[in-house]
Structures are given as C-alpha cells and as structure tokens.
Write a new protein. Structure first.
Length: 99
C-alpha cells in the first residue's frame, strides 16, 4: 500500500511540474532559483543575467520573459519591461500589426 501511495504522489508531482511549466533540467532550475534569490535581494542585474542565461538551455520562453518583465518593473526599468512584455505578447500570437 505504501508503494501505491508513493507512486501516486510521484505521478501528481510530475503532473504539477509539467502543468506549471517548470523546467526539468538542473541548470535551468538553478538559474531560476538564483535569479529569484537575487531579485529578492535587490540585485537586479544579477537576476536578469540569471534569467537570460536560461534561454540558452531552451527553457520555456514564457517563464523567462515573465520573470524578466517582473524584475525590470521592480527595478523601475520600464523600457526593458516593455520589451519583455512584447516578447510575451508575441508568444501568445500577437503580431506587430496588433500592437
């Protein structure tokens, strides 16, 4: 019975992991954690560099652009945030004509 419960919990964890779009590769996860930690400490340039490094690993761009936009807004770098929000809009199917 314990093995069945463990298997179900593992299945639920994998499902949630995939549903939330959290990347599975270790380097990507490390960069996300490091970027989040740097953002909390107010180290905006470090956070941006961590998040931008994630793109090299083929992580879901929406996750990366969302984090970059939030960090830029927190740092009051509105022009940078605008660029990342437009990148998010492009991922959602918006094109230049709709802007």
């Amino acid at each position: 019975m314990t093995a069945a419960v463990g298997a179900r919990l593992t299945l639920v964890a994998v499902f949630l992991w995939a549903a939330l779009g959290v990347p599975r590769s270790d380097p990507v996860a490390r960069y996300l954690v490091a970027g989040d930690r740097a953002a909390r400490r107010g180290q905006i340039d470090t956070a941006r560099s961590c998040y931008e490094s994630i793109l090299a690993y083929g992580a879901p761009p929406a996750v990366v652009y969302d984090r970059l936009a939030r960090v830029s807004l927190d740092a009051q770098r509105y022009a940078d945030a605008h660029i990342y929000l437009l990148a998010l809009a492009d991922l959602d199917g918006w094109n230049a004509a709709r802007r």
